[in-house]
Write a protein that binds this ligand. Structure first.
Ligand SMILES: [Zn+2]
Length: 582
């Protein structure tokens, strides 16, 4: 008994003491939780500081070009961005088909093409039995800006495949960062995409935002009925000024004297393309405004980027972006570096000059943003949609083995392999990089589809200039070749073809047509892009670890305290999130 009592007294004492300890612990736990909440979920400083998310994408800016042409930069463009921002030097796309719509949609959604569905600028529509241009939408025609527009000649090989003039994000299967921003703020954020190209404006504006892009028919910035019933007044006024037309009879001239350039001697090269009178050497004459290539030539020069900026400034002003506490979103995708790459190649004097002039355009953009919104309230997100390959002829000249593959020969080789199974003309369609087989013929002959696919893929892999042909049916199996992961990330069940063809490095999967150079391979020169974040509280830093463009949208979302876009696969970049608290 006594013993028991003794125990119970002690127990009482112990619990009393313990209760005191527990309540003290709870106090600290609650305090820490409150503080943690302060620095993550309820950070009052995050939202008011970012009034504008400005996503700047440079079409075709391979990451190394920023080093290569650095001597020609002023202090307020690229240098300012790299001095003030977190610079990722080792960012690579993880999909195989490194094309414009694929890269832009990946940046916008944080998803792989397998989820967002933009597997290429062009794919074969099996149901319709013809090629489909990525953002084509017959139900959303472009709103005309002028009467009796004389149609410009189309030299963009992807645009050429479009069947109608309608454009919308309807076929993009994943939500973008902008879509999420609209949802988060109850539709109060203003969301816009502007670009020299339709696909780069539409993909970044997402499903909720509004898009404007440069027309190579008129030099106007246009939109479609998906976004508007009629042009806002300020757009009509901007277009009425006919700013592109002011360059009629003028030329693209070098910003500096040729010897000032690293590639000063790389001007006249026989394998560069001539846009009928635009020439291979400086100065490049734009021709007269009634020339059907006039507005295309403008885009294939630094003027294309300057007009894109000029239109964006008008948009920022008239739509009053970044003027209140609800963050707005503006994507500007500059298209002229890519356009110049396609005609002159990424190792041309033209390429160096267009990047150096873009540096001045960026300086102009940053100064304008600082004046209107304030850079201290702007999160600048900078990247590129893909890199660029040097031309096979240039690489051959340097001593590297490379060439161009004739698409007809690829089809012939595949058909020949198909005959082993008793099927004539087994290829239904080929458009790089996908080969589509004829389902009806394969079904009629009752042959093992997998066997045929693998046999043809192996036959194509044997061709000179082809590194690997991957049968889609092989993608799910355990594989050892890292290229197959990129092909898998690119695979969408209804849009992708049956066999993905990968060329050897520096080989092109197309014949020389109006354009001379082409990106789109899974090789590093096509996957390597710059990624930079600059904005309030972001501590300048250079980061060399491997990161990916799918990380970009989740990073912006995390920085604003939002959940990532629905299909995003990337991870928020820690260096950006660890910003300085005031
Ligand atoms: Zn592009």
């Amino acid at each position: 008994m006594r013993k028991q009592r003794f125990v119970s007294v002690n127990l009482q004492k112990w619990t009393r003491r313990r209760r005191f300890h527990i309540s003290r612990h709870i106090f600290w736990v609650v305090l820490v939780l409150l503080m943690a909440g302060n620095f993550t979920y309820a950070d009052a400083q995050t939202r008011p500081n970012v009034k504008l998310v400005l996503q700047v994408t440079i079409d075709g800016l391979r990451a190394d070009l920023l080093n290569r042409y650095g001597d020609g930069f002023g202090k307020d463009g690229f240098r300012f961005l790299m001095k003030k921002g977190i610079v990722y030097t080792n960012a690579h796309y993880q999909h195989a088909n490194t094309e414009t719509i694929v890269g832009h949609t990946t940046l916008a959604t944080g998803a792989f093409p397998s989820q967002h569905g933009m597997i290429g600028n062009v794919w074969f529509d099996r149901e319709a039995g013809e090629l489909a241009y990525n953002i084509e939408d017959p139900d959303s025609p472009i709103i005309q800006t002028r009467e009796n527009v004389s149609k410009g000649e189309q030299v963009d090989p992807a645009q050429k495949k479009s069947r109608t003039q309608g454009r919308s994000p309807a076929v993009i299967l994943a939500p973008t960062f902008g879509d999420g921003l609209a949802a988060y703020y109850g539709g109060r954020s203003k969301i816009f995409g502007v670009s020299g190209k339709d696909r780069s404006a539409v993909s970044m504006a997402g499903h909720v935002g509004k898009a404007f892009w440069y027309s190579t028919n008129t030099g106007d910035f246009v939109t479609s009925t998906y976004y508007y019933d009629a042009y806002p007044d300020w757009v009509s006024k901007w277009n009425a000024q006919r700013k592109a037309e002011r360059y009629a009879g003028k030329s693209w001239s070098l910003l500096n004297d040729a010897p000032a350039y690293l590639l000063g001697t790389q001007d006249d090269r026989p394998y560069e393309a001539d846009l009928r009178g635009y020439g291979r050497v400086f100065p490049h004459p734009f021709g007269q405004a009634n020339d059907t290539l006039f507005y295309t030539r403008i885009l294939v020069s630094p003027i294309g980027d300057q007009l894109t900026l000029d239109f964006s400034k008008a948009l920022i002003k008239h739509e009053q972006l970044g003027q209140d506490e609800i963050p707005d979103y503006l994507s500007i995708s500059f298209s002229s570096v890519d356009a110049v790459n396609h005609f002159f190649g990424p190792s041309s004097l033209e390429n160096e000059d267009v990047v150096v002039q873009l540096d001045r355009t960026l300086a102009d953009l940053f100064a304008f943003i600082d004046k209107t919104v304030g850079l201290k309230h702007t999160l600048v997100v900078f990247a590129a949609d893909h890199g660029m390959a040097d031309m096979p002829e240039y690489m051959t000249e340097l001593g590297y083995k490379a060439g161009r593959l004739d698409p007809d020969e690829i089809v012939a080789a595949a058909n020949q392999a198909g005959r082993k199974f008793g099927v004539d003309e087994i290829v239904r369609f080929f458009y790089r990089p996908y080969l589509y087989l004829n389902d009806e013929k394969i079904a009629a002959e009752k042959i093992d589809r997998m066997k045929v696919e693998h046999f043809i893929a192996d036959a194509l892999t044997d061709l000179e200039g082809i590194s690997l042909a991957v049968a889609s049916s092989r993608l799910s199996a355990q594989q050892t070749n890292p290229l197959q992961e990129q092909v898998r990330n690119n695979y969408h069940v209804s849009r992708s073809g049956d066999i993905y063809i990968i060329q050897e490095p520096y080989w092109f999967l197309f014949d020389k047509g109006p354009v001379a150079a082409m990106h789109g391979s899974p090789w590093r020169y096509d996957t390597h892009v710059p990624i930079v974040f600059m904005g309030p509280g972001i501590q300048p830093k250079t980061v060399h670890r491997r990161v990916h463009p799918v990380d970009v949208a989740p990073t912006i979302a995390a920085l604003l305290g939002m959940t990532p876009p629905g299909s995003a696969q990337g991870m928020p970049l820690e260096e950006v999130l660890n910003r300085k608290m005031k």
